[in-house]
Design a binder for this molecule. Sequence first.
Ligand code: IPM
Ligand code: MG
Length: 359
Amino acid sequence: MNILVLSGDGIGPEVCDEAVSTLQVLAEKKGLEIHFSKDHAGGSAIDTYNDPMPDSVIEKAKASDAVLLGAVGGEKWDHLTGAMRPESGLLKIRKELGVFANLRPVAVTPALADASPLRPEAIAGTDMLVVRELTGGIYFGEPRGRSGEVGNETAFSTMVYSTAEIERVARVAFTWARRRGGRVCSVDKANVLVVSQLWRDVVTALHKAEFSDVELTHMYVDNAAMQLVVRPSQFDVILTGNLFGDILSDAAATLGGSLGLLPSASVGGPVGLFEPVHGSAPDIAGKGIANPVAMLLSTAMMMDELSQPEIAAAIRAGVNSALDAGLRTADLHREGKTTKVSTSEMAKHIREAALNALA
Ligand code: IPM
Ligand code: MG
């Protein structure tokens, strides 16, 4: 198995290193051979190659079985614009790999319920999967640009979806719903946007034709944002476009008390991309205090996708063991209630518990 590791910027390298060591010990125990190769992405690729995602890295990604990505971006590169921005590198690899479905699971376990910004009774039972369209919509739509003179400029981005783009991501959402709670809530802005009206029509038609056993509801994105913080437990699978999914998944992610918990898998092409939802968090980079859980859970999603469900389950068991034991990195620590640990201490506990779980 060949895994390309693009640890990127900020806390990316710290959490990626823990993911790699964890995978190494688990693979060894299972007698599975994993070969890791490393390269740059985002700011670190700008520093190395003067390009946030050179074609050489894309080629390596395409030739591997999966790509593990940390995070990109930071103040050092904030003055750059357009295709030279670290974030553009991330968008490029998503597009090039054709990973049109971004899966972001949000489950708030009892151990985390009191870390949530919501009251425990409001958060109880929250277990949802956000399926975000990832390679289309307003992130990539043409035309886009700026015109006019400074002081009197106009700028525009285009939110565009084709039937085929909507259908393929909706199919992923419906398929996941069958494996989970059997319900899809499709989120759009069909009361205003023409592109959302097509979105709704296509999702409805596909549901009728192929997935009538799944329960389908539709919700406007403003209402969905409110429902997420009022009664998050109502959701099973949320299906939505690129921009709405970006926004809603950050809101959903923090329900568990920290962005540092939420993993993601981007799939749909021949090679999947696995990255935590959190960013590069430059303010805490290099301090050894980042939460490695989101990265480790992303690694678990990667192992599931690569047909290694036992390793995936072991990693998840390791994470639960650490949380149940009251271990917390700084983002989740509560004085007098939990035990504060560093990135590597947290990861070490997870690794050891995962190894035991694999026995
Ligand atoms: C995410 C991030 C990215 C996005 C940025 C870094 C380009 O916010 O994965 O949610 O907007 O998709
Ligand atoms: Mg985001």
